[in-house]
Design a protein around this ligand. Structure first.
Ligand SMILES: Cc1ncc(COP(=O)(O)O)c(C=O)c1O
Length: 368
């Protein structure tokens, strides 16, 4: 039996240890523990990679989601449209601003927000649409941008899972007014702790984001607006700066791994493998298959030493925290069905061909 963990962060650390340690040591020697040179350099490099003129390192993707909507002036009484098929932090952006999230069903093929179901959710209170590039595949942005333009709404991107992903040849993050990224350790670009970024190409919004990150202040002890402490740590900037240099190769490895899985799993039972949409360059943050016997398959794989995940087992509209919003089971049927059928297989750049073949043969064995 081969042991295949769901993630293997240690393997990646070992491969870059010789570069990471001196970079971290430099931060320690300079005592630039919060923001500082390492963060500024990383912001510049990361922003450039994503077509963002302004990019700021922040404390997490969740905080970035909050900042994006906060900078747009969204507040109590406003509604923010977002997909129900995502991680809870997408919705926190709206709720932390005092606004109400309005959930939309997802497309059955891409698993991203179904743009054709957005317009029916727009009311006089709607202020923004948040697109999530789930699992590493860009949402279909053109129809969303068109709706946003026609209704005077802000379009925002949650890029927590989509570093280096592309939509019609452009990187995600620069396809909307303001975007946020997560550098949670398991992400395609992961810090050694918490971290995130916000980005925009709008100078006025950029100034607001920068101030929100640091107590509403541009000059120390001068607080011109509200804010918070959403600053990135110096050590995370150093680690991310090193890791960013490897991200293109790691992304290529993820895509190669996905292709291999796709070959091995073609025609196995009624397993549906991920489909790369014609407009997208998928970066496979997660490799999510669909099967009606999901729970049984997950248990079977566990007996073969293979760890898997569920992203996400309970859609946002039926989470207990949102019960006061009045959604019920059946409201968003595609998302609900997916929640029962999706299974995330191990996926990371360091996964070997042997491990992929082993996981795939176990999936095949289950269906034989
Ligand atoms: C889609 C999505 N949005 C937001 C977040 C929040 O990011 P963080 O964990 O850095 O707060 C995550 C990941 O955790 C995510 O997957």
């Amino acid at each position: 039996m081969i042991n295949v963990p769901f993630l293997d962060l240690k393997a990646q650390y070992r491969s870059i240890k010789a570069e990471v340690l001196p970079a971290v040591e430099q931060v320690l020697e300079s005592a630039s523990f919060v923001l500082g040179k390492s963060v500024a350099e990383f912001e510049q490099a990361f922003g450039k990679e994503h077509g963002l003129r302004y990019c700021y390192g922040v404390s997490s993707g969740t905080d970035g989601n909050h900042m994006a909507l906060w900078a747009l002036g969204i507040g109590p009484g406003d509604e923010v449209i977002l997909p129900a098929n995502t991680f809870i932090a997408t919705a926190w952006g709206a709720t932390l601003c005092g606004a109400t999230p309005v959930f939309v069903d997802c497309d059955p093929v891409s698993y991203n927000i179904d743009a054709s179901k957005v317009e029916e959710k727009i009311t006089a209170k709607t202020r923004a649409i948040v697109a999530v590039h789930l699992y590493g595949q860009a949402a279909d942005m053109d129809p969303l941008a068109d709706i946003a333009r026609r209704h005077g709404l802000a379009l925002v991107e949650d890029c927590a899972q989509s570093h280096f992903a592309e939509y019609k040849g452009k990187r995600t993050g620069c396809l909307s007014r303001v975007s946020s990224f997560s550098f949670y350790p398991g992400k395609n670009l992961g810090a050694y702790g918490e971290g995130g970024a916000v980005g925009t190409n709008d100078e006025e919004l950029a100034t607001k984001l920068k101030m929100l990150r640091d107590h509403g202040s541009e000059r120390k002890y001068h607080h011109d607006t509200f804010g918070h402490n959403y600053r990135m740590e110096g050590i995370q900037g150093a680690v991310l700066g090193v890791k960013l240099r490897h991200l293109a190769a790691w992304t290529a490895a993820r895509r190669r791994n996905a292709e291999l899985y796709g070959k091995h799993l073609a025609g196995v039972g009624n397993v549906i493998t991920p489909k790369e949409m014609p407009y997208a360059k998928h970066v496979y943050h997660l490799y999510v298959i669909r099967t009606p016997r999901r729970d049984e398959l997950q248990k079977f794989l566990e007996t073969r030493g293979i760890s898997t995940g569920l992203h996400y087992p309970i859609p946002l509209h039926v989470q207990k925290v949102f019960a006061p919003l009045g959604y019920k089971k059946g409201d968003l049927p595609v998302t609900e069905r997916l929640a029962d059928e999706i299974l995330s297989l191990p996926m990371y750049p360091e996964l070997t061909e042997e491990q992929i073949a082993y996981v795939s043969s176990a999936v095949r064995e289950f269906h034989s």
